[in-house]
Design a protein around this ligand. Structure first.
Ligand code: GDD
Ligand code: MN
Length: 366
């Protein structure tokens, strides 16, 4: 047989990256000269026709393959699927938009091949690395905060734990694949948090560049999602990520409720009862829409289903409020500490709302 199997599979998750692919392949080809490699482009059915274009590249260069996923979205899930499609001993993950410096790929691979490391991360926060060019000031601050929390929670000293640029032994992902969460952007932290036993990690600095064509898909949702993952790992999977997101939205709803209540009671001729009723309905409604956009974005309701969902959500929350008051009063009856009663009631109410919303409103098992 004359065909050699690749030593490295590069996984490239894409969403609307058609205009970047040609240049990406050209650069990777130059960087990896002399090595046997392949590239798997994992596209979530981008409206700009990325998948079709990727396949036109594969027809002239069989090292390039494309997995087109339909009815699914998620950077992590795309990376996982790409990695699991590989049979090479080493796999790498990299953005399609030229932000990651392809010229350090051979060095990353060498460090894995030497057998000294299991995982090598392209790092923006090391000597020789920087993120100035590719980041707005706000993004840089947000990213540093996420890194601090994650390093503390995962008990690791990796400098760039939110990096989307890394390479590792494929068998490591094979071992933890079932534990990895497919939503969001935090695949690297998820892998590190899921591996049991020591992982020998090294980082290679690089300069994070500005994106070539198109725009970033990372937003505030991603940051909060990341927080959810960290709590999930710290509690060893006890608290589902979705519950944590639901609870964060719930806390936000309490803020909305109080703000509106405060405003209404200050109006002349406004009774507390009416103010409280309006504030409750507004808070429930905003929570419903935020949950639909965010917590359950993979099961997002639209059209008639959205209206039906809202009515179900009102019903679930009303019963949740009863459960809250019932349990709170009952606990208070035993220990006579007002905040323990209040907290138990609120906890009971949110678990109830979460469980029933998942099943009845968004029809999800989790
Ligand atoms: N298949 C798929 N599905 N790909 C996606 C999705 C998705 O839902 N969302 C984003 N991508 C692809 C993009 O097309 C790009 O190739 C890569 O994933 C990274 O997305 P960007 O939108 O370019 O992210 P960024 O540059 O703002 O974020 C950078 O920093 C993050 C955290 O610090 C990247 O380096 C991320 O990988 C990193 O996690
Ligand atoms: Mn990018």
């Amino acid at each position: 047989m004359t065909v050699q199997s690749p030593i490295l599979t590069l996984v490239i998750p894409t969403y609307n990256e058609r205009l970047n692919l040609e240049e990406l392949v050209r650069r990777v080809d130059i960087a990896l000269q002399g090595l046997v490699w392949e590239m798997v482009i994992v596209d979530d059915d981008s409206p700009d026709g990325t998948a079709e274009f990727a396949k036109s590249i594969s027809r002239r260069d069989p090292r390039i393959r494309c997995i087109r996923r339909v009815n699914r979205r998620g950077l992590s899930g795309a990376c996982i699927d790409g990695i699991l499609s590989s049979s090479a001993p080493f796999v790498g993950v990299m953005d399609a938009d030229m932000q990651h410096d392809e010229s350090i790929l051979p060095r990353m691979l060498e460090q894995l091949q030497s057998g000294h490391y299991d995982l090598v991360i392209g790092s923006r926060h090391l000597d020789g690395g920087s993120a100035q060019e590719g980041f707005s000031a706000r993004r840089a601050a947000l990213s540093l905060l996420a890194i601090k929390i994650a390093r503390w929670a995962l008990n690791t000293n990796v400098a760039d734990i939110t990096s989307g640029f890394f390479m590792l032994r494929r068998d490591i992902v094979d071992g933890v694949a079932r534990e990895l969460l497919p939503s969001g952007f935090k695949i690297l932290a998820d892998i590190i948090g899921s591996v049991k036993g020591p992982l020998r990690i090294n980082e290679v600095g690089y300069v994070f560049r500005g994106r070539m064509a198109g725009e970033s898909k990372l937003d505030m949702k991603v940051a909060i999602d990341f927080l959810g993952l960290i709590v999930n790992k710290v509690t060893r999977g006890l608290l589902p990520v979705r519950f944590i997101l639901f609870a964060i939205v719930g806390l936000f709803g309490v803020g909305v409720h109080l703000a509106i209540l405060g405003l209404l009671v200050s109006l002349p001729d406004m009774s507390f009862l009416l103010s409280q009723t309006i504030a409750t309905v507004v808070a429930m409604t905003t929570n419903f829409f935020i949950n639909n956009e965010f917590t359950y974005r993979d099961a997002k309701l639209r059209g008639v289903a959205l209206l039906k969902g809202l009515l179900f959500f009102y019903a679930v929350c009303s019963l949740g409020a009863l459960a809250n008051v019932g349990v709170g009063t009952w606990i208070y009856h035993f220990n006579r500490v007002w905040w323990i009663g209040g907290l138990s009631g609120a906890l009971m109410g949110s678990v109830w709302n979460y469980a029933l919303s998942s099943i009845l409103v968004w029809r999800r098992g989790d």
